[in-house]
Design a protein around this ligand. Structure first.
Ligand code: PA5
Length: 449
């Protein structure tokens, strides 16, 4: 662990240099650090908000989000990959677990949320279109009204572009193709140039939010990509950014042992190098963290899965998956590092196991008298870690005191910084995803036949 310190610090220096090179023409060839903009972006956005308030990007995002909340009761997010998974992680971690089932009053005016444009699936797209259109006769009835955001940095991603055409057509059929709503209730989020940018200019949408050139798709959760839909959902985006900014600050200033990014990277790297633990299990203890895990799967796989290198990520949700993958993790190939992601305090009041008369105690749960659901979860975590330790299977713990905007901001930024740091350590450019292009090229050829 100590021996790795000089290499880690050198890799961190390289990352800091990437940021200072942004906007200059001195980028060393082959290094491509242009996507390093995510590192300092949270603090930059907060600073800009402090000085420019309603004129800042955050100010404009909040105002438009408020408008959509007041103008619509259902909100559709179209996007795929980095233009989708971050927002999904935020929504699942922070929203009410049954958000879409609540009444508008219970949701405090926050629209119900739907995701599409993230696959090629006739049944799913048809069902959602039917759902959004059903009962849509009166464009003035708030409970029928819906809005959408389309997110694509390149503007050229087929899944999202097809989804946008389909749902735009449905939305225009409801409000009228030339209505104000058809321009104000559709919010594109895209790069500074490209097909979606051109279309948006032509159409005259009332708001189009930018994705900066220097922030890559899977690193874009703290751009408008994640922030705008999050703001519509009533998530405190300033607290999210504060958590992320503080994590960057800690990463830049603190030594190993007091620096989650350095420590996590060192742990993962050493187990891979010394013990051949090439499978990285993110073991999330709670259903709200599943989408975060899937976001991380993409981040790690797309960033480091290059040149026949890079660990294989896999997210599990426990205790659910102890009953599906647990067997393999306990006794299968010795190729896994299991990192637990644990939230210490649930959001809600701990529920106790109800006691019943002895005559109904066939399930023998009365012996859990006084124990709560969080007590059972803690016992499961301890029991699982011990079971793995007994057979020399390594685990590490990432512990969040609670799950809120601030701790989630910290966690996402930590995992992004750690991924880039590891890339620098193993000499892999973490940005770009050349391997994703092969299928697209073939698919286009097939479609052109
Ligand atoms: O990480 C990435 O860059 C990718 O996952 C992209 O986000 C994804 O392919 C979607 O691209 P776009 O936003 O250009 O539609």
């Amino acid at each position: 662990y100590e021996a790795l310190q000089p290499d880690l610090i050198a890799a961190r220096e390289e990352m800091l240099k990437d940021v200072t090179l942004l906007g200059t023409d001195q980028i060393p060839s082959g290094k491509q650090p242009l996507d390093a903009g995510f590192q300092n972006l949270p603090q930059q956005l907060l600073d800009e908000y402090e000085s420019q308030k309603s004129e800042s990007l955050l100010g404009k995002i909040q105002a438009k989000a408020q408008e959509l909340r007041e103008q619509s009761d259902r909100f559709l997010v179209l996007g795929i990959g980095g233009s989708y998974m971050g927002m999904r992680a935020l929504f699942e971690a922070l929203a009410h677990p049954w958000h879409n089932e609540l009444t508008r009053e219970q949701r405090q005016g926050v629209p119900r949320l739907y995701f599409e444009g993230n696959n090629v699936d006739n049944d799913s797209v048809t069902a959602l279109k039917d759902l959004l259109q059903s009962g849509c006769q009166d464009p003035h009835d708030l409970l029928q009204r819906w809005s959408l955001t389309v997110i694509s940095k390149s503007g050229g991603t087929l899944e999202t572009a097809v989804g946008f055409r389909l749902f735009r057509e449905a939305l225009e059929a409801y409000y009228g193709a030339d209505s104000d709503e058809s321009r104000s209730l559709v919010v594109p989020i895209t790069g500074l140039e490209g097909k979606l940018r051109n279309f948006s200019n032509e159409k005259g949408y009332s708001s189009v939010f930018p994705i900066p050139d220097n922030v890559g798709g899977r690193f874009s959760v703290f751009t408008a990509v994640g922030l705008f839909p999050a703001a519509v959902m009533g998530i405190d985006i300033k607290q999210l950014l504060q958590g992320a900014a503080d994590m960057t600050q800690r990463f830049v200033t603190q030594p190993m042992g007091d620096n989650a990014v350095l420590d996590y990277t060192a742990t993962c790297h050493l187990f891979e190098k010394e013990k051949q633990n090439t499978i990285r299990i993110l073991s999330t203890w709670g259903k709200r963290l599943e989408a975060l895990g899937l976001w991380y799967d993409q981040l790690l796989a797309e960033s480091l899965g290059k040149q026949e290198k890079g660990a294989t990520p896999l997210t599990v949700v426990n205790t659910r998956d102890l009953h599906s993958r647990g067997q393999q993790h306990q006794e299968g190939a010795l190729d896994k590092l299991i990192t637990n992601l644990i939230v210490e305090q649930p959001d809600s009041t701990p529920v106790s196991v109800p006691l019943v008369p002895e005559s109904q105690n066939q399930d023998q749960l009365n012996k859990l008298k006084g124990k709560t659901v969080p007590d059972i979860l803690s016992a499961a975590i301890e029991g699982t870690n011990r079971a793995y330790a007994d057979v020399n299977r390594p685990t590490a713990d990432l512990i969040l005191p609670c799950l809120n905007e601030y701790t989630l901001g910290q966690t996402l930024q930590m995992l992004m910084l750690a991924t880039v740091l590891e890339g620098r350590l193993i000499d892999i450019n973490p940005y770009g995803q050349p391997g994703v292009e092969a299928y697209k090229k073939n698919m286009q050829e097939v479609l052109n036949r």
